[in-house]
Design a protein around this ligand. Structure first.
Ligand SMILES: *Cc1c(COP(=O)(O)O)cnc(C)c1O
Length: 385
């Protein structure tokens, strides 16, 4: 086939909305201090790594994994005290496992896919909600947050009326803003919705907020979580908690064996040692506070209070793109959100790392901020406002 023909074939076969997309871009981080992706910076302490290796040595890679991931689910059930919630609300809750919670979002979308009823989410929020809507051919409606990154409830309720969304995603804490939404607003949205509401608690380990019981309380709510931000990003394990009736349907579009044997064995092991992760995530909350205080005292940047393991920082007078590239040149990789949404103009997202990592990041940030300012004043170019 000639390359002309190949081009024409691709043109005619690939859906236009897919052609219009860019693949999810993950920047090369080799050699850089990686503070762009909300990873836990800590390895497993002391002898735990050895013990873990002992566990996975017994894994039979020639065999398919347990399709249901029963032991993983049992461990998660205990970790979340699901039995107590079931008893309190008199209902049966199930767990659905995904290859990361990204895959859970995809399963939900696949199961409801409709060209009439959209997926809806506040903006800015997690970009995968909109991307996955496109993958499955669903319309997507984003509703802007207000200037304080809270839900614009009136606009949201109006849009619910107008578009009758099949699924609404609400992330609490929200990514990339780091804040929680007011629970009264969340309840108003749940009660107004004639579709499913997915509460995304990817950052549950870093906040006192816990909305798991909403999945028991409301017939149209499920709660999604992940082990990625806790410290197991590399294993890819997300999970959904909800009434069995919902999860039975989502399970039908799950590919068999979506959680591989190494992940299952490792997560079973990790859940037996969950106290280690709780200790690490508590420490990261301490570091978040210290980092926030330092950023608050820094000239030229405004940090937003965060309930997650990252802090959104908006630059007051200098270009965030310049700060991003300056920091990268000094070996620190953060996330530049300038251009992602009007509310994120000139904003950066800093993952909370260890005390040493945060210190190195702050040194790079203040160096870059002052060198941009002195370059601007010496060249009489007005700093960006
Ligand atoms: C990181 C993140 C996820 C996805 O995490 P997985 O690694 O796919 O489990 C989901 N929702 C939000 C809001 C996130 O920030």
């Amino acid at each position: 086939m000639s390359s002309e023909l190949k081009k024409a074939l691709i043109e005619s076969l690939i859906r236009p909305e897919i052609k219009a997309l860019n693949s999810y871009h993950v920047p090369d981080s080799s050699g850089l201090l990686k503070l762009d992706a909300m990873e836990n910076p800590n390895p497993w302490p002391g002898g735990l790594t050895q013990e873990w290796l002992g566990t996975i040595r017994q894994v039979e890679a020639n065999r398919y994994p347990d399709p249901a991931g029963s032991k993983v689910k049992a461990g998660l059930r205990e970790m979340m005290s699901l039995d107590a919630i079931e008893a309190k609300y008199g209902c049966a809750l199930d767990i659905l496992l995904g290859n990361g919670s990204d895959e859970i979002i995809q399963m939900i979308a696949l199961a409801v896919a409709s060209s009439e009823r959209p997926i809806m989410a506040p903006e800015p929020s997690f970009v995968m909600y909109g991307m996955i809507a496109k993958f499955v051919g669903m319309p997507y409606v984003g509703i802007d947050l207000d200037a304080k990154f809270q839900l614009d409830t009136q606009a949201f309720l109006k849009a619910i009326n107008l578009h009758n969304p099949a699924v609404i995603f609400l992330a609490l804490p929200n990514n990339p803003t780091g804040n929680l939404f007011a629970i009264d607003d969340v309840r108003l949205i749940i009660e107004a919705s004639k579709g499913l509401v997915v509460i995304d608690e990817a950052y549950i380990a870093f906040t006192d907020s816990d909305l798991l019981s909403l999945a028991a309380e409301y017939a149209n709510v499920v709660v999604m979580r992940t082990l990625s931000k806790v410290g197991l990003a590399g294993l890819r394990l997300g999970f959904l908690v909800g009434h069995s009736a919902w999860l039975t349907e989502f399970d039908k579009v799950r590919l068999p064996y979506n959680i591989n044997v190494l992940t299952q064995a490792s997560v079973e092991f990790a859940l037996e040692h969950y106290a280690v992760f709780e200790q690490q995530t508590r420490q990261l909350q301490v570091e978040r506070k210290a980092l926030f205080d330092r950023l608050s005292n820094m000239q030229g940047v405004s940090p937003i209070e965060s309930e997650a393991n990252f802090i959104l920082v908006c630059c007051d007078t200098v270009s965030a793109k310049l700060v991003f590239s300056g920091m990268k040149a000094r070996g620190v990789l953060i996330k530049c959100l300038d251009g992602a949404h009007p509310l994120l103009a000139n904003c950066l997202r800093l993952t909370v790392g260890s005390a040493e990592e945060n210190e190195a990041m702050l040194v790079a940030l203040s160096f870059v901020l002052s060198s941009i300012k002195s370059a601007a004043s010496s060249s009489s170019i007005e700093p960006l406002t």
